[in-house]
Write a protein that binds this ligand. Structure first.
Ligand SMILES: Cc1cc2nc3c(=O)[nH]c(=O)nc-3n(C[C@H](O)[C@H](O)[C@H](O)COP(=O)(O)OP(=O)(O)OC[C@H]3O[C@@H](n4cnc5c(N)ncnc54)[C@H](O)[C@@H]3O)c2cc1C
Length: 389
């Protein structure tokens, strides 16, 4: 497992999301810390599970998306705000969009995922995604426009009944006025198809209580500027129908965000194949983590829990490799699932314990805030630099 790299060259981490930032922070806390470079195009780390609360203004920007500058202050990490375009694995160099080049001893690729439009016409022109701070701003604007619109019947359509789609549908239902109908379109037989049974049941109740209209076994064929064309497979004969809309949010799936120029890496269903030490198969000095990566057998869920655990494990593996020791393999531990169900409500199943309602919402909020603080902010509070986020 040991590599012949120069220990003077830095570890270069590409992407400062859950996996990349966790790696950087864990490395920076190690006594045997290597030089560390983080390359990330955005100025702020986004804690995605809180995007719904940002939309509803239950939380503010600094609580959901602190700036990298403040997060990394005093940690001895070189932050480069840039976009990586290429990894030259032979020369062991990372090349950025603005023409910079960095040698590395090890490279960690953690570029996450982006919404997958699945080739459906009209998404780019007529739908939002829900994957960034800009998306939250756009959706907020639409909600305000809907409130000002005097029409008696208005609709907002959420496509995709996975965790993002259902959490968003519940939150939107709590934010819009009484004349706006929320529709949720899901191709499978249930909303939250990969969720825990307990959470699925509570979700059904929450959607019902909010009068969200659910279209199961339904696919979107086309999104127009004011209509969504769908096909329902509920009966033997597929049936097409259309829904008028004032806004569509596309949450139906993601795809790994791997820049074209990493062509050398082996892929499985578009994600980079890694071994149990998180190394890219065939490249012992290159690691891939989080949503961008997958293993040869089985799969890990695509979520922040996996990304954070991989980030911590990658830091330990890197430290061991640099010291010429045998590292420990990565093992994922599933702590459970937390789903927000509108303003002030949630359903959670953690370590086997089920809970729903306001108390579950508070626990979810507490756990995530503790995560942010542990991940990022404790040292900032101590240094008093919290407010410059
Ligand atoms: C709205 C929403 C809610 C979610 N809620 C939950 C939840 O409640 N619980 C949960 O466990 N998971 C949740 N997830 C999923 C979770 O956020 C992802 O699984 C997690 O972010 C994956 O971490 P990552 O580090 O792989 O990627 P990301 O966190 O997406 O980070 C990737 C980073 O790479 C950067 N990057 C991209 N390309 C380049 C490049 N070429 N060069 C340099 N940098 C680059 C990006 O700017 C980004 O900062 C949610 C996701 C969304 C969108």
């Amino acid at each position: 497992m040991a590599s012949n790299c120069s220990n003077f060259d830095p570890v270069v981490v590409i992407g400062g999301g859950f996996a990349g930032l966790t790696t950087v922070l864990a490395l920076s806390q190690s006594l045997q810390r290597p030089p560390i470079i983080l390359i990330e195009p955005s100025p702020r780390f986004v804690f995605f599970p809180f995007l719904y609360e940002l939309l509803s203004e239950e939380l503010s920007l600094w609580q959901v998306a602190p700036s990298y500058k403040s997060v990394l202050k005093g940690r001895g990490v070189l932050l480069i705000q840039d976009y990586v375009e290429r990894i030259d694995v032979k020369a062991k160099k990372v090349l950025t969009a603005s023409g910079l080049s960095f040698n590395y001893s090890y490279v960690v690729l953690a570029t996450g995922s982006v919404p997958n439009c699945l080739g459906v016409p009209g998404i780019r022109e007529n739908a939002f995604t829900f994957h960034s701070l800009e998306d939250v701003d756009r959706l907020k604007k639409t909600i305000n426009e809907l409130k000002d619109c005097q029409e008696e019947k208005k609709s907002l359509v959420v496509v995709g009944g996975g965790a993002t789609g259902v959490e968003l549908a519940c939150k939107l239902a709590d934010l819009v006025d009484a004349n706006t109908q929320i529709h949720l379109i899901e191709s499978g037989k249930h909303a939250l198809p990969y969720g825990k049974k307990f959470n699925q049941r509570n979700l059904q109740k929450a959607l019902g209580k909010r009068h969200v209209e659910i279209h199961l076994e339904t696919r979107v064929l086309k999104i127009g500027s004011n209509k969504v064309l769908c096909v329902s497979y509920k009966n033997q004969e597929p049936k097409t129908f259309s829904l008028a809309h004032k806004g569509v949010v596309w949450t139906a799936g993601t795809t790994a965000n791997i820049p074209n120029l990493f062509k050398e890496f082996p892929l499985k269903r578009g994600r980079i194949l890694i071994n149990k030490y998180l190394q890219i198969i065939g490249f012992k000095d290159a690691f891939a983590l989080g949503d961008a990566a997958c293993c040869a057998k089985g799969s890990w869920p695509l979520n922040a829990q996996v990304a954070i655990q991989q980030g911590k494990s990658a830091a330990k593996i890197l430290i061991a490799l640099r010291a010429g020791k045998i590292p420990k393999q990565f093992h994922f531990f599933d702590y459970g699932e937390m789903i927000s169900l509108g303003v002030g409500h949630a359903t959670i199943k953690l370590l086997g314990f089920p809970l729903s309602g306001t108390f579950a919402f508070l626990i979810r909020r507490l756990i995530y805030r503790a995560k942010i603080q542990r991940l990022l902010l404790v040292s900032l509070l101590l240094r008093g630099s919290f407010l410059d986020t």
